[in-house]
Design a protein around this ligand. Structure first.
Ligand SMILES: [Mg+2]
Length: 155
């Protein structure tokens, strides 16, 4: 028998009790099915975001191609990844890696930082093109990060 938790519905949300009950139970079924993957303690924000995006795609696919049960299961996966992302943020706030209220540092993930550094280095030194050097000096880390994600999505 598992551990029980109690959720108190804030005033005005009582009418959602049935939906919340059903949905949280679906989340728990999927969490239990994935316990072999271990806790998400070591997951970073960008990895959680990627997982969430992957689950949104699976949900979309289920809506178009599969039955209602599959759609419910994928909706629960989306919620679980959103919860994981939120949980990762909580952990980082506790570790003071982010400060409350400050903008998130999305570049915490070392491979991402290394990739951005390598692209900057290549643009600066590898290609003897003044336009690329100019591009390197005006492009932001956020733009490079978005470029990386775009490249990953087509590879
Ligand atoms: Mg899924």
């Amino acid at each position: 028998m598992g551990r029980s938790i109690t959720i108190t519905l804030p005033e005005g949300t009582e009418e959602y009790a049935g939906d919340i009950w059903s949905f949280v139970n679906r989340m728990l079924v999927k969490l239990q099915a994935n316990t072999h993957k271990g806790h998400w303690n070591e997951v970073d924000v960008l990895t959680a975001l990627k997982g969430l995006e992957g689950e949104v795609k699976e949900l979309e696919d289920a809506i178009y191609n599969e039955d209602a049960d599959s759609v419910h299961r994928e909706a629960a996966d989306v919620a679980n990844f959103a919860m994981i992302l939120s949980s990762v943020l909580d952990r980082k706030l506790k570790e003071n890696l982010f400060s409350e209220g400050a903008q998130l540092n999305l570049f915490e993930s070392t491979p991402t930082l290394q990739w951005i550094d390598r692209v900057r280095h290549d643009l600066k030194y590898k290609y003897d093109d003044p336009h690329l050097r100019e591009f390197e000096s005006v492009v932001s880390d956020t733009q490079l990060y978005n470029l990386k994600r775009m490249l990953e999505s087509v590879s």
